[in-house]
Design a protein around this ligand. Structure first.
Ligand SMILES: C[S@@+](CC[C@H](N)C(=O)[O-])C[C@H]1O[C@@H](n2cnc3c(N)ncnc32)[C@H](O)[C@@H]1O
Length: 215
């Protein structure tokens, strides 16, 4: 399935929302679903690990994990505005020398990226129509762990997202939020050699942590 991802996400995840997200992060720290990822990764007791954060937004995951767990990070994002804020925040925290920032649709550049110990996708699969290509490429770049959050398959989110996407269509905005089938995402990651080791739920978001069992 084709997706002119960078153009669409550059419009949706623009400068105003990036700046608002950074302000919120500085005031309150990581969002609740991001905290689930951070806790899950920390439970694996990595040290000096390499992180690949796909669609990291303002970079909350690498800003946090570079404090203790991670030595080097790569942040690939389709939004230039979010990358700009993530870079500025990394400079502010003295992490900028340890993060590589790449503006791209991850599926276009994945094959050229080095593998990482940890791969994260926090609220990213739901922004992308072709979750199979995205997750397959993400799994392929992970040597050890993969953590992701996505909207839960509940009746209230089905209705809410359908309404939200209806208004997007009325506005002629091509960005959509996708409620991808959780069982299919899970089956794909298992086929790629991972097992699920943790699953946590909030009202909207679910976080799943996978560990590689086969190369
Ligand atoms: C809802 S935001 C989440 C940002 C951050 N992970 C968070 O939870 O705050 C989705 C992010 O994923 C990025 N994104 C979506 N699809 C992508 C893709 N195929 N490749 C790279 N980035 C992508 C968007 O640019 C945006 O920064």
């Amino acid at each position: 399935m084709r997706c002119n991802c960078c153009e669409i996400t550059d419009n949706t995840f623009g400068e105003d929302s990036a700046r608002a997200d950074v302000r919120r992060y500085r005031r309150r720290g990581p969002a609740e679903q991001t905290k689930l990822i951070l806790r899950a990764i920390r439970s694996l007791n990595f040290r000096d690990a390499e992180l690949l954060d796909i669609g990291g937004g303002i970079g909350a995951i690498h800003q946090e994990l570079l404090e203790d767990v991670v030595d080097k990070a790569t942040h690939v994002d389709a939004s230039s505005a979010y990358l700009k804020e993530a870079k500025a925040e990394a400079v502010r925290r003295g992490h900028d020398g340890r993060v590589r920032f790449i503006h791209a649709d991850f599926t276009d550049v994945a094959a050229d990226l080095p593998k990482a110990d940890i791969v994260t996708l926090d609220r990213v699969v739901c922004c992308y129509p072709d979750f199979r290509s995205l997750l397959k490429a993400a799994a392929d770049r992970s040597r050890s762990a993969l953590a992701l959050t996505y909207p839960r398959e509940t009746w209230y989110l089905r209705i809410g997202l359908r309404i939200g996407n209806f208004f997007q269509r009325l506005r002629r905005d091509p960005f959509r939020v996708f409620l991808h089938p959780v069982a299919e995402m899970d089956a794909l990651l298992k086929r790629e050699g991972f097992e699920q080791v943790s699953l946590r739920r909030l009202f909207v978001w679910e976080m799943a942590l996978y560990k590689r069992t086969a190369v």
